[in-house]
Design a protein around this ligand. Structure first.
Ligand code: FES
Length: 117
């Protein structure tokens, strides 16, 4: 397991106390992630940046999530937080291929880590 670091305790607490879909940027093992509070409990981590063009942060204002999916508002691609597969895209004029990697996150006493199993 590799510990996830956040910019501040306030960001960590926002993730702990937030509703499903709460997104916070974190780093672990030299990689940048967006950690998401999953619907139904638990947390997952995905890449910090949307894989399409690589300029939009999932954890920022142009990202959104309900805890089951995560969405980039630029071209409105949505990915499943269970499978990583693309599940919907409103802007069908710009088809986006591919999936995102979804990593399981363990939380214990307010400490977050990514499972390497
Ligand atoms: S930049 Fe995110 S869907 Fe295009």
């Amino acid at each position: 397991m590799v510990t996830i670091s956040f910019a501040s305790d306030a960001e960590r607490n926002r993730l702990l106390e937030g509703d499903p879909g709460t997104r916070v940027a974190g780093t672990s093992g030299g990689e940048s992630y967006t950690v998401v509070k999953a619907n139904g409990g638990g947390y997952v981590a995905v890449n910090r940046m949307c894989p399409h063009l690589g300029r939009i942060e999932f954890s920022g204002e142009r990202g959104s999530s309900n805890g089951e999916w995560i969405k980039c508002s630029l071209h409105t691609q949505t990915w499943s937080l269970k499978t990583g597969e693309g599940v919907d895209q409103y802007d069908r004029a710009l088809p986006i291929e591919g999936s995102i990697k979804v990593l399981q996150v363990l939380e214990c006493d307010g400490e977050f880590s990514i499972s390497t199993d």
